[in-house]
Ligand binder design. Structure first.
Ligand SMILES: *Cc1c(COP(=O)(O)O)cnc(C)c1O
Length: 416
């Protein structure tokens, strides 16, 4: 047998996280490398969802008070559970809405005109939302959105972000991990720099929560958003999360709604809005219990294992994958090699990335393509092993050796 395969098997045997894998459902015959886009089903998530359905059946409206956790405080209780993953106090975290809506909720609160510093490699929804918030204030987004450029098309230098900050900057808003290249930014350094210019620092953690530890409170980050259906495995369209630093508690939310009202007096039904004295104030409407319930279960493996071992395994897996790709013909690695600058996935670059991605899918390797030339490969540490990664390497090798992608159609539209 190939020494690489032996080595991979030895690593799997020594892996302290190997036992949690059985709780996840990998579609039959697939190598699932897309956990940064949609995490897989787990028995924990299903049990929690079934439990919520059962509570609805048995309790009816009494579920708001008698379910466990009670639906009335569902957002807050899930916030308590998420707080360790983002390094915040329990009161600073809540779930609600979607990531995009939470960007709107936080910008409508904290953006007061001035410049917003973002980067050209951002996930598009962030720019759509911020530009819309600028137009709401009667501002021209082209004059107020400062877009930091990439030097190499893959990564963003923190130095360039810091240089873009001026006394006109109102908010620095960046991703923790870039969705395409997988670069991890230094959030503490960026937060310090924003504060030194009198600006706020907000982050989109969609590609780091559940893969990378954070210390949002300690770093003094002002606000953050993330989704629960990627590394957190809470299912398609699961409820999103947000963090607001306690120094901002009491600020009037821009998108006020009764679910953000002080819970003690919410049902007095006053028409005057009294925001909750914590991050709960940024909820808007009723918590979507069935898209939140799976998260109660899917957080369990993280709580049992701890985020630091998850990160450690994630880095070993991506190191291993990078080593393998380096040995292959034609492919390039577009992800930073320095572990401190790397999130949980690897960007494998090739001019034919789209058709290679399609060929991988035909072989049962679930990855995604991101234009113009990236196949994203994500070995999610809770349910992917080293031998899986080795097999992905073999598929990549065979696909270029056989040129089998040449028989596939070039890129059309649709979800990739
Ligand atoms: C996945 C992702 C989103 C998704 O936003 P939704 O509102 O959940 O659709 C937003 N931002 C980033 C950076 C993402 O990676």
């Amino acid at each position: 047998m190939d020494t690489g395969a032996d080595d991979a098997k030895r690593r799997d045997e020594a892996d302290p996280l190997a036992s949690v894998r059985d709780r996840f459902s990998i579609p039959e015959g697939e190598l699932y490398m897309d956990g940064n886009s949609l995490g897989v089903h787990s028995s924990d998530a299903e049990r929690a969802l079934s439990n919520a359905v059962e509570e609805w059946k048995e309790l009816g409206i009494r579920g708001w008070t008698d379910a466990d956790p009670d639906w009335f405080h569902y957002g807050e209780r899930l916030g308590d559970r998420l707080a360790p993953l983002v390094g915040a106090d329990e009161a600073e975290v809540v779930v609600g809405n979607s990531t995009t809506v939470n960007i709107h909720a936080l910008f409508s609160t904290f953006y007061d005109g001035g410049e917003v510093v973002v980067n050209e490699l951002d996930f598009p929804t962030d720019h759509y939302a911020i530009r819309a918030q600028m137009r709401r204030l009667g501002l021209d987004p082209d004059d107020h959105l400062v877009v930091v450029e990439s030097r190499d098309g893959r990564t963003i230098e923190e130095e360039d972000v810091i240089d873009a900050l001026t006394p006109e900057t109102s908010i620095l808003f960046m991703p923790s991990v870039l969705y395409r290249s997988g670069q991890l930014l230094d959030l503490k350094r960026l937060t310090d720099a924003a504060h030194a210019r009198g600006a706020l620092a907000g982050f989109d953690l969609a590609h780091s929560v559940g893969a990378v530890p954070h210390r949002l409170s300690e770093w003094g980050v002002d606000f953050a958003v993330w989704c629960s259906y990627k590394y957190l495995n809470a299912g398609p369209g699961a409820v999103a999360g947000l963090y607001v630093n306690e120094r901002h508690f009491g600020t009037e939310p821009g998108l006020a709604g009764w679910w953000g009202h002080d819970k003690e007096t919410q049902f007095e039904m006053e028409t005057t809005f009294t925001p909750a004295a914590n991050a709960g104030a940024w909820q808007i409407g009723t918590v979507p219990v069935f898209s939140a319930a799976p998260l109660l279960g899917s957080l369990e493996p993280f709580e049992e294992v701890g985020i630091d071992p998850v990160r450690e395994k994630s880095l070993s897996l991506t190191d291993f994958l990078i080593e393998i790709v380096d040995e292959l013909p034609e492919y390039r690695v577009g992800t930073p090699r320095d572990p401190e600058r790397r999130g949980g996935h690897v960007a494998v670059e090739h001019e034919e990335a789209y058709r290679i991605g399609e060929a991988l899918k035909e072989r049962g390797v679930v990855v995604d393509f991101r234009p113009p030339n990236v196949v994203r490969v994500c070995p999610a540490p809770l349910y992917v092993g080293f031998h899986d990664v080795w097999r992905v390497g073999e598929h990549l090798r065979e696909i270029v050796e056989t040129r089998e992608y040449e028989s596939l159609d070039r890129r059309g539209g649709g979800v990739t």
